[in-house]
Write a protein that binds this ligand. Structure first.
Ligand code: SAM
Length: 287
């Protein structure tokens, strides 16, 4: 009976999260993963890929504010933005709120993720149904950055964990190609995993970024849906510094309204707990 249905996201470290499910809205298997959308009691509609929570209506704003507005307010004039992954649409939605952005290309490998979200999570995916500045490509982001001749001001890697088709998104070849298609003054921001549970992945990601880019940082945010609550994004560039080059006045002048992001959160996100700073010593320039 659905009234007794709970789903559990389990992790090897002996940690899990349980959610009471009221209704299963969508469940299909693609060549890449199982895609489910469920209606939960406490978190609204929820997207799961292979049983792992990707997005919930209740707190998606945290992740999407922080993955987009941090780089978009550091870059002085971002016009051309690339999103890799992000099939729920939340990242593209936030990118396209910046009026100066002329084009947002989004490359998601799994059309089923977009299909499921467009039908059942319009809160994030409405934008995917049509926006004159959005170029939605269903394809492999790894191949896209290898082959494109376009230059992007900002590249956002909104990926799943480093398993299956997302594994190369954490490696050196991918970031070599990202560097090739970043414009001068470009910024790349990527989903950076859990400081508590994924210290090894963070370290290897930062090593790859540090080898490829002049400046590398990591910044944190708290949310309800990813294991442990504390999660991160990496920030890399060949010049721009997320704190020294952050012109706070642009946030107010933009007139945009946010649910999580503000200038204080922007700066505070780069202040790391000691254990994370120690783990990444020599690989990041966070203060
Ligand atoms: N916010 C989420 C999180 O951290 O769990 C990520 C959301 S988004 C749904 C991640 C997307 O990355 C998935 O839909 C997945 O299909 C996509 N993805 C994985 N590997 C990819 C690749 N090589 N190219 C493009 N998209 C990819």
């Amino acid at each position: 009976m659905y009234s007794d249905l709970w789903i559990e996201e389990k992790h090897e470290v002996g940690y899990g999260m349980r959610y009471k499910v009221e209704n299963v809205l969508y469940s299909k298997k693609s060549e890449f993963q199982t895609v489910d959308v469920v209606e939960t009691k406490g978190h609204g509609r929820m997207l799961l890929n292979d049983g792992l929570v990707m997005v919930t209506e209740r707190d998606e704003f945290v992740y999407h504010d922080m993955i987009t507005h941090v780089p978009l307010f550091v870059h002085p004039n971002p016009k051309n933005v690339l999103v890799i992954g992000g099939g729920d649409g939340g990242t593209a939605r936030e990118v396209l709120r910046h009026p100066g952005v002329e084009k947002c290309t989004m490359v998601e490998i799994d059309g089923l993720v977009c299909e499921a979200c467009m039908e059942f999570i319009p809160q994030t995916a409405e934008v995917l149904k049509g926006h004159d500045k959005l170029n939605l490509i269903i394809g492999d982001g790894v191949k896209f950055v290898e082959e494109t001749t376009e230059k992007f001001d900002i590249i956002i890697v909104d990926s799943t964990d480093p398993i299956g088709p997302a594994a190369p998104l954490f490696g050196p070849e991918f970031y070599g190609n990202v560097k090739k298609c970043l414009a001068d003054n470009g910024i790349v921001v990527s989903q950076g995993e859990s400081p508590f549970f994924n210290g090894d992945i963070q370290k290897s990601m930062l090593k790859v970024l540090n080898d490829a880019f002049e400046k590398t940082f990591i910044y944190n945010f708290s949310n309800l849906s990813y294991p442990g609550g504390l999660w991160s994004f990496t920030f890399a560039s060949n010049g721009l510094d997320p704190l020294k080059d952050f012109d706070e006045s642009r946030v107010e002048k933009s007139g945009l309204d946010f649910q999580y992001y503000n200038t204080g959160i922007h700066k505070a996100a780069f202040m790391l707990p000691t254990f994370e700073k120690k783990n990444l010593a020599g690989l990041i320039q966070n203060p």
